[in-house]
Design a protein around this ligand. Sequence first.
Ligand code: NAD
Ligand code: UD1
Length: 321
Amino acid sequence: MAEPSVVVTGGAGFIGSHTVEQLLKQGCRVAVVDDFSTGKRANLVAVRDNERLTIIEADVSDGLWSCLSGYVQKHGPVQRIIHLAAQTSVVRSVESPLHDLRANYTATMNAADYARRTGAKRVVFASSAAIYGDVETVPVRESQVALPLSPYGLHKLASEQALHYHAAVHGVPASVFRFFNVYGPRQDPNSPYTGVISIFINRALQNLPLTIFGDGTQTRDFVFVGDIARTLAEACLSDRAGFSLANLGTGNATSVTELAKEIVRLCGSTSTISHGPARAGEIKHSLAAITQARELLDYAPEVALADGLGQTVAWYRSALE
Ligand code: NAD
Ligand code: UD1
């Protein structure tokens, strides 16, 4: 039987490139659709010679029909879509909400519509903890009322609902995951919107000072990119019907102070740790309840923070050489 054919939108990005590697390892044929706005060809360097990989430069907000037509002619219909392409910055979504609408909601509608019209077997979607807004109690469950505090969160939530609609009314199976704070190799430390771990490691390796915003007692649920990629690939290849929704984190909270100290230690760094003003409007605690993912997929994060940080430090070290 022919290998499953999977489209990964945003496949040249941080999470996308790990997901593509995982799918290829599992024997899939993979088409990456990416506009390279934040993604890089270098992220796919380890797999670029794999004959089961096709890289297509295109904007998903313009739809998937024309950019995939050559691929489909050559390799047959797309069976599954992992939709990761997005405008990923909360700050930028506040500055340009209509751009965010197109890059997030319209792009998801395009992926869902393509799946509906071609009879694809599944769409997997990267949503975010940002849909919850400021919750009063943690860990946060999927049943928590979602009140996003940014256009990014609003458009991720609307995208989830668009996929629910396509599953309920048009029978397109969908798996939605709300990622918490993902970290690991290839997260771009030079992006102004990158995560705290990539900033701290990149600076610690250069013995530059680390700045904690606020008192450092705020906590986050940091999940390693390998655990996310493995889960996306598994969900994408499943034949479960209907719509499912699950948080993806670890269920463990880490304070920013603990994180900074551990990174300085792991890097053998002389960086100092100081405090600056807290970020305006920042939430204090973010932590995922992960029972839903466990029930759906037998999900259990495999990489503990200390191990994941170690792998990430090793990667940044080699990237700086
Ligand atoms: P990333 O910026 O590395 O990846 C996004 C990819 O999408 C890039 O390769 C970019 O070039 C591509 N892209 C953007 N707009 C596109 C468009 N219109 N058409 C085609 N390609 C486009 O970011 P990431 O961290 O890997 O994020 C992947 C997904 O996970 C996103 O949907 C993001 O919202 C979601 N997410 C990430 C985190 C996190 O902690 N990194 C947390 C929650 C949700
Ligand atoms: C951000 C997004 C969230 C997204 C998440 C995933 C916002 C409001 N939220 O969350 O939607 O799902 O990323 O990546 O943007 N920090 C420092 N020093 C630094 C950088 C960060 O102390 O140099 C602190 C921040 O104040 C925060 C924590 O580290 O308390 C984590 O920050 P960050 O990695 O930017 O992610 P979030 O703000 O949690």
